[in-house]
Write a protein that binds this ligand. Structure first.
Ligand SMILES: Cc1cc2nc3c(=O)[nH]c(=O)nc-3n(C[C@H](O)[C@H](O)[C@H](O)COP(=O)(O)OP(=O)(O)OC[C@H]3O[C@@H](n4cnc5c(N)ncnc54)[C@H](O)[C@@H]3O)c2cc1C
Length: 397
């Protein structure tokens, strides 16, 4: 029998990674992406522990390493630019705050797309408009008007997933806003940023601004975070997002005004709330969610990409090992992923609280329980087993 027909929604990180593995195990894969092409932009994302192993098993370690940011580390500064703390990229065996594999999100997406484009059908500028399923198939109508049938549908369409709303219910039920917003865009490197990332945090207001190096040394990446408990900006309205950033960053010192001066002439811009997705189940019948749409841990965990890479490996492997039976395959994927996701979501929430505005009369923060913290970090970086599906699938077929 020829492999199952699988539709994947979203061509960022989770989508092309799933396409790689589904195809490797014999599926016919179509990826539909709402944007007219691969979306550029976004901050650097990290691969640590098991996520590095998932990249290695895809055979993409050399391509990913070649596209890395080559950041030497990070330091925090006070308002006058004096260095307060330093973190090196080779701390903690390359799995620390600045990971050994750190790559711009858009560059990683490009590597994954280049790797899959020949054996996978990519459809840009389209999305699922309607979907219905029975015991055997999923009937999909696209916004462009076409109608097709698939055996399985994977939602890898991010935090604001349309597929999730369509199949599981309204976003408010699953998306937990953590009260913070982040923004990133590139600026000319008039700040002489070298291989080090610089972060200025204003404890009093809970805001931060920073700069990170890019491989193109003539440019640098601006980074901002600010408290936004009332966040209600449309995730596709860039001009409203820029106004919000300007308004919320007013009065912040260090190089902030000079960085903001480039806001209107930047070629890329990303701003979003820091939010997590918490769901009891990631599948319904023949439809399953993957990556941020299912279990966003938020950018503050630094692990959203790792979860997407590992989740794609496990989802495709469990499905193929179950001979493409959705019930058994999806159950295996959830069972293996859950506690790994929970550990990373805990890290995300912890990092948000560390940025809480201290206020003038704040008590000093209690010392963390280092033993519990070390155990949590280990679970978040390495706490999931990656079975050798190549052996499992060959021996069961
Ligand atoms: C432009 C951009 C910039 C980002 N910047 C950062 C960052 O700076 N820091 C950070 O930690 N994380 C960032 N992220 C999120 C990060 O990529 C994810 O946390 C992680 O890599 C998991 O990826 P994902 O593939 O599950 O979701 P995402 O990376 O969010 O990708 C979802 C994809 O689905 C597409 N899509 C949305 N709706 C539909 C639809 N209805 N039909 C078809 N396709 C759809 C989107 O255009 C996007 O390409 C960014 C994401 C994007 C899209």
């Amino acid at each position: 029998m020829s492999g199952p027909r699988v539709l994947v929604a979203g061509a960022s990180i989770a989508g092309p990674s799933a396409a790689h593995w589904l195809r490797r195990w014999g599926a016919e894969v179509t990826v539909v992406e709402r944007a007219p092409g691969l979306r550029p932009g976004g901050q650097a994302v990290d691969a640590r522990g098991v996520a590095k192993e998932a990249i290695r098993r895809m055979g993409l370690d050399p391509a990913v390493r070649a596209a890395r940011t080559d950041t030497a580390g990070a330091y925090t500064v006070d308002v006058a630019g004096n260095v307060l703390e330093t973190f090196r990229a080779d701390d903690d065996g390359g799995d620390g705050y600045i990971a050994d594999i750190e790559i711009l999100r858009g560059d990683l997406s490009q590597v994954l797309y280049d790797n899959t484009r020949d054996g996978v059908e990519y459809v840009f500028d389209d999305r699922i408009a309607e979907l219905s399923q029975d015991a055997d198939e999923v009937d999909v109508t696209f916004a462009s008007g076409g109608r097709r049938r698939f055996d399985l549908v994977v939602g890898a369409d991010g935090l604001h997933s349309g597929l999730r709303s369509m199949v599981f219910g309204p976003r408010e039920r699953f998306v937990r806003h953590l009260g913070l917003a982040l923004a990133f865009y590139t600026v000319p490197n008039e700040f002489e940023v070298d291989r080090w990332m610089i972060d200025y945090q204003d404890q009093g207001s809970g805001r931060s601004s920073g700069l990170r190096p890019l491989r193109d040394a003539t440019r640098a990446m601006a980074m901002f975070s600010f408290p936004a408990p009332d966040f209600d900006v449309d995730h596709r309205d860039v001009s409203a997002q820029k106004s919000l950033l300007r308004e919320r960053m007013a009065g912040l010192g260090w190089l902030t005004p000079r960085i903001l001066a480039h806001l209107d002439d930047t070629p890329d811009f990303y701003l979003d709330q820091v939010a997590q997705v918490v769901m009891d189940r990631w599948s319904s019948g023949r439809v399953v969610l993957l990556g941020d749409s299912a279990f966003s841990s938020s950018p503050m965990s630094g692990q959203g990409t790792g979860l997407a890479l590992v989740g794609a490996y496990l989802l495709a492997g469990e499905l193929a090992a179950a001979d493409w039976d959705p019930e058994a395959g999806f159950a295996g994927y959830e069972r293996r992923m859950r506690s790994f996701v929970e550990a990373n979501q805990e890290i995300g929430r912890m990092h948000v609280h560390l940025r809480d505005a201290a206020g003038p009369d704040a008590e000093p923060r209690p010392e963390p329980d280092m033993e519990a913290l070390t155990e949590l970090i280990e679970r978040a970086v390495n706490g999931v087993e990656l079975p050798d599906y190549a052996t499992l699938i060959t021996s069961s077929s």
